[in-house]
Ligand binder design. Structure first.
Ligand SMILES: C[S@@+](CC[C@H](N)C(=O)[O-])C[C@H]1O[C@@H](n2cnc3c(N)ncnc32)[C@H](O)[C@@H]1O
Length: 314
């Protein structure tokens, strides 16, 4: 673990565990285990609904007092800092000892602390006989305001899933250009916009486009929404998110599904596809290969969504 630069800590409900693991495989090339992982990949923790924080490792040592010496040698002078202890699975350090260790760290730093609005959060944690010191970046839960978007349809996807679709499609890289293919009320677009990711939306239905535009405007986001059949879009994107229709708001059958998949695969090399049905055969028929998959149970309901990560077959 000593050659890694970051530790990510995760939190999620049990019904989202498969979704979180899919996201973790796609963003970090490995699954989180026991709610954390070490990585050299840097992403904003707010890209994911499940990442609680990112710990940027500045020093580590198997010996606690050597770690304190290393912190002192950094000659940190800063006002408004705070120190927090990050508890990783397997760390048996009791609360009073954790508090005393936070004081130790605080004494290694020059400046007035600010526990309410800190300018920087220093942190320590312990894993497999090693103490780590670093800076903590916490998840910003501002995106939860999207739960109160003014327009919603029964076919709208839940915002946890929408946020994960964006992190998977972009791999946490805000430079990627995305398409919300069949945007409905724009649930996916809102999650891309709050992360500063360039996204456009397209829907064949005027009511959907109107609702998406209203939702975007409500949160002061700017993004293009095209009222169009996907087949008539001519732009190319790094990835397209395709939340397929299921017979509630819009009619769906195999021909329509195939039409949407074939149209979307002309616009992007990578597709993240969502369906309540098992459409593996149609995905393959549309010239895509599946690289990853998970199913998500809807909380409290006997209703499953499949998510496939696909590439154009070579
Ligand atoms: C399940 S809904 C998407 C829901 C959306 N993710 C949300 O959260 O509101 C599927 C959408 O695909 C749109 N759609 C169906 N066929 C289409 C096509 N050929 N081109 C563009 N949009 C299409 C439907 O109008 C519908 O709004």
């Amino acid at each position: 673990m000593h050659n890694h630069r970051y530790i990510y800590s995760f939190t999620y409900d049990i019904h989202n565990s498969e979704l979180c693991k899919l996201e973790s495989r796609q963003v970090f090339d490995k699954e989180e285990k026991n709610n954390f992982l070490f990585s050299n990949i840097k992403v904003d923790p707010s890209i994911s609904p499940f990442i609680r924080c990112r710990f940027d490792i500045h020093s580590h040592s198997s010996d606690y007092s050597s770690l304190l010496d290393e912190i002192k040698q950094k000659n940190i002078h800063i006002d408004g800092f705070k120190a927090e202890y990050l508890v990783l699975d397997g760390d048996k350090t009791k609360y009073p000892e954790r508090l005393s260790k936070l004081k130790d760290v605080g004494f290694c730093i020059e400046g007035d602390p600010d526990y309410v609005n800190p300018t920087i959060i220093y942190s320590i944690c312990y894993f497999e006989n090693t103490w780590y010191f670093g800076v903590l970046t916490k998840h910003d839960s501002d995106w939860l305001k999207h739960q109160n978007k003014p327009c919603s349809f029964s076919s709208a996807i839940n915002i946890d899933i929408a946020k994960t679709l964006v992190s998977i499609a972009s791999k946490g890289n805000s430079k990627k250009r995305l398409l919300d293919a069949g945007c409905g009320v724009g649930t996916v677009m809102l999650e891309a916009c709050i992360s500063g990711i360039d996204i456009e939306g397209c829907d064949i239905h005027w009511k959907a486009c109107k609702a998406t535009r209203e939702n975007l405007a409500h949160f002061n986001y700017t993004a293009n929404v095209y009222r169009s059949d996907l087949k008539d879009i001519n732009t190319s994107y790094d990835a397209a998110i395709v939340d397929l229709p299921y017979n509630l708001f819009s009619h769906s059958d195999d021909n329509n599904t195939l039409h949407i998949l074939e149209s979307a695969s002309k616009l992007a090399d990578k597709l993240v596809i969502v369906s309540t049905l098992d459409i593996k055969a149609l995905i393959k028929q549309s010239g895509l290969s599946i690289s990853d998959h998970c199913t998500v149970e809807k909380k409290g309901k006997k209703f499953t969504r499949n998510i496939w990560v696909c590439q154009k077959a070579q």
